[in-house]
Design a protein around this ligand. Structure first.
Ligand code: B1M
Length: 211
């Protein structure tokens, strides 16, 4: 692996925020593609953090400091990932479902959507169904993107879709879902319009749904 990519990987695993930011900048300066930095340097490092957590070598505080390092690196990477086109492709309301605090994947999806010129309204994490409904009404969004990282919270996505239906807004929006424990079958079972396994596929999906 390239020296800078290896250093990024290591600094995310070790939760070294400033080192991550520095090495991401160096990798960009070296001309390494932003998506390569993201996937080989950072996303793979978070998988390793997950593995260490599963094996009892890392605990929540270690996961948290690795997540901070990842966020720090992402803020340096963002301009390169989101080379926005001028015209708006559409409006997307995005959030992590209620009960769930994971936001790195959701933030990445938001960034990539912005890069494809979508206007993104980010509701953050632990978002209750009624806030999704309110945000659709206020912003006239065409797409709702919901993220969940826990097998326990993925089931709350159905509640969001039910609330959107109950508010009479279902025909106005396309609903896409994603997050590590999900699958296309799960998305279909809760009445979503689509599922994507990663951030770039989410962009393609969003574009195809409003085409
Ligand atoms: Co937590 N956590 N965590 N965690 N965490 C996982 C998810 C876990 C798999 C770790 C493990 O056991 N291996 C496990 C879940 C097990 C399960 O449910 N089966 C777990 C657990 C158990 C927990 C706690 C319960 C731990 C505890 O307290 N005992 C707790 C729950 C808190 C809560 O949410 N209520 C908890 C807490 C945390 C931290 C707060 C410490 C931190 C999150 C910080 C943050 O997000 N700001 C954290 C972290 C960092 C992780 C891991 C290590 C990394 C997640 C991550 O950021 N990945 C994770 C292990 C792992 O994923 N391997 C783990 C990188 C990110 C780029 O990938 O989020 O998958 P991901 O996003 C991808 C795709 O999934 C997809 O695109 C993204 C990019 O390509 N995607 C979408 C995501 N959302 C999408 C939406 C879309 C489309 C695509 O459209 C709408």
């Amino acid at each position: 692996m390239n020296k800078n990519l290896a250093a990024i990987y290591q600094s995310v695993v070790e939760g070294e925020s400033s080192q991550t930011a520095k090495k991401v900048q160096e990798a960009l300066d070296e001309g390494i593609n932003a998506e390569v930095i993201l996937n080989e340097g950072m996303v793979s490092a978070m998988s390793e953090v997950g593995r260490l957590f599963e094996q009892g070598e890392y605990f929540v505080p270690e996961m948290l400091i690795s997540a901070r390092a990842m966020q720090e690196g992402l803020s340096v990477l963002k301009p390169a990932l989101a080379k926005a086109e001028v015209r708006s492709t559409g409006k997307v309301v995005i959030g992590t479902v209620n009960g769930d605090l994971h936001d790195i994947g959701k933030n990445l999806v938001g960034m990539m959507l912005e890069g494809a010129a979508f206007e993104v309204i980010d509701l953050g994490t632990d978002v209750p169904p009624e806030r999704f409904v309110e945000a659709i009404k206020t912003n006239g969004a065409q797409i709702v993107a919901i993220s969940a990282l826990l097998t326990t919270t993925m089931n709350n996505m159905k509640g969001v879709i039910q609330a959107i239906c109950a508010a009479g807004l279902r025909k106005n929006v396309k609903i896409i879902v994603g997050g590590a424990p999900l699958s296309a079958d799960f998305a279909q079972s809760i009445g979503a319009d689509g599922y994507s396994a990663d951030a770039s596929k989410a962009v393609a999906l969003a574009k195809s749904l409003i085409a």
